[in-house]
Design a protein around this ligand. Structure first.
Ligand SMILES: [Zn+2]
Length: 487
């Protein structure tokens, strides 16, 4: 089971000064508590807390007990068992606000630790800035159900406002329930119709002068294990020449065959972004040579930020395009998207080469992660195959071939043995498809030549599907593929 989470922001409608101050007092108390605990975690040992936080264990009551939270309370709150905590909290705070702040502090420090790890592994070289210990600039308390009541939101009447009840600190320093009017949008109810369940807690957010209540809705979905897909979408993430080459195949389970439905290259607009990015990287290199300045300082830092934003943007867009294809086919039959499993990065002595490889690796991983997220929501499957000579082997006869190109960009694949010439990425997609198909048809057993792939791009049964990404000239390279004899 996997949980999908959605958040809906509801704006608090024009609260008067008194009511605003009540909210501000809650936020302030929360901010002080959060800052206090971020400091305590530093003193108590960051890694100690983070490793405890990972060790969530079933308590006696069947409830999950949070070891890190327990320890932090022990260190700060005086109890009969621990009358003299080492870091006593110097002000009084309700238990629910305290726990909410402690949990957020633990969450912030945990992600700080994992960001730091990633930074040492790759971010450092990619010019990402080193993560610093959490120091929040804004505070948004998570109001547990003891502090917020959302009942009125779920009464579906056509009224201008619904009310969220919040327990706030009044002028006299007492806790008191107050009603805050919010406008409810259709979107909230659409999620309910789709089977999302709202949490009883909500987050209080202040942005500029406005206050918002963030509602969290969740839905548990089964991660689909598709055993007999109708469509298989094999994706080769080349990143350099074509961002992605997508092969769409239709499986005929009776005849144990697979037919090519179409090939789509993901390029177009996105390639322009790649050129822009590469230009920026060149600029960074040029400046570095000129000034000898570190890539993480001054102007270069800004350029790197741009490069990284472009990379993220491209990755998300490629993921979206792949997912859209999968979504469209999954409406006609069960569909699986197949990627190659990413191998770790091995060192390359030439620095510039290594940098490109790191960027490409980062982007491949980002694309795969994003498609995986979308797959859960959209109901298509996702699988990975171990790449095994997918780009070096001839997809027609199986012998080793080579990349070549008249222009030197290695865009084509040529097989000396059978004379097959094909776009290199398409060749890789075919090989990847054979690997997956043989795995599929043999129930995961050893690869055997049971697969016959009829391939013809000249008459794809496109049924109106947009295959405009296929350059017409490459169509001549396709042949009807013979029985796979050597595989
Ligand atoms: Zn060949």
């Amino acid at each position: 089971m996997k949980v999908i989470t959605k958040t809906v922001l509801l704006k608090v409608y024009e609260p008067n000064e008194g009511k605003k101050k009540c909210l501000d007092r809650v936020i302030e108390l929360y901010a002080n508590t959060l800052d206090f605990y971020l400091d305590v975690i530093k003193k108590a040992g960051i890694y100690r807390i983070v490793s405890l936080a990972r060790k969530k264990k079933e308590g006696k009551s069947g409830k999950k007990s949070n070891w890190a939270l327990n320890l932090l309370e022990e260190l700060t709150i005086s109890t009969p068992a621990h009358p003299n905590p080492p870091y006593p909290i110097p002000f009084s705070v309700r238990v629910d606000i305290r726990r909410s702040a402690i949990n957020q502090a633990i969450g912030m420090v945990s992600s700080y630790v994992s960001n730091l790890k990633n930074w040492y592994e790759e971010g450092k070289e990619l010019g990402h800035s080193k993560p610093s210990y959490p120091n929040p600039k804004s505070y948004s308390p998570q109001l547990y159900s003891t502090l917020v009541e959302l009942k009125d939101l779920w009464i579906r009447e056509k009224k201008e406002f619904h009310f969220v009840r919040i327990k706030v600190l009044n002028e006299g320093g007492k806790w008191e329930w107050k009603n805050y009017p919010v406008k409810v949008y259709k979107r909230l109810y659409e999620f309910l119709e789709k089977g999302y369940k709202p949490l009883k807690s909500a987050r209080l957010i202040k942005r500029g002068k406005d206050y918002y209540i963030a509602i969290t809705l969740q839905k548990a979905v089964k991660e689909k294990k598709i055993r007999k897909p109708k469509y298989v979408i094999n994706v080769d993430l080349n990143i350099q020449r074509n961002l992605a080459c997508v092969g769409i195949f239709e499986i005929d389970w009776k005849r144990r065959e697979s037919r090519l439905y179409g090939i789509k290259f993901i390029n177009g607009e996105l390639l322009r972004l790649i050129y822009k990015r590469d230009y920026l990287i060149e600029e960074i290199r040029r400046r570095q040579k000129q000034t000898g300045r570190s890539p993480r300082k001054g102007d270069n830092k800004k350029l790197w930020e741009k490069v990284n934003n472009i990379n993220r943007d491209i990755a998300l867009k490629v993921a979206r395009e792949i997912s859209n294809i999968a979504k469209e086919f999954s409406e006609r039959g069960e569909t699986v998207v197949v990627f190659e499993k990413l191998k770790g990065l091995r060192g390359d002595k030439r620095r510039s080469k290594r940098l490109n490889r790191k960027i490409n690796f980062w982007m491949r991983r980002k694309i795969q992660e994003r498609v995986k997220e979308i797959s859960v929501e959209e109901g298509f499957g996702i699988e990975f195959v171990y790449p095994s000579y997918t780009s070096k082997r001839c997809s027609r006869c199986g012998s080793e071939g080579e990349r070549f190109s008249p222009s030197g960009s290695k865009a084509l694949f040529y097989c000396k043995k059978c004379g097959y010439i094909v776009n290199g990425d398409v060749n890789a997609v075919f090989n990847q498809h054979f690997l997956y198909l043989s795995h599929l048809l043999n129930g995961g057993g050893e690869s055997r030549p049971v697969v016959r792939v009829g391939t013809s791009l000249k008459s794809p049964s496109s049924g109106g599907h947009n295959l405009s990404g296929v350059p017409k000239a490459t169509a001549t390279f396709y042949y009807i593929l013979p029985l796979l004899s050597t595989f």
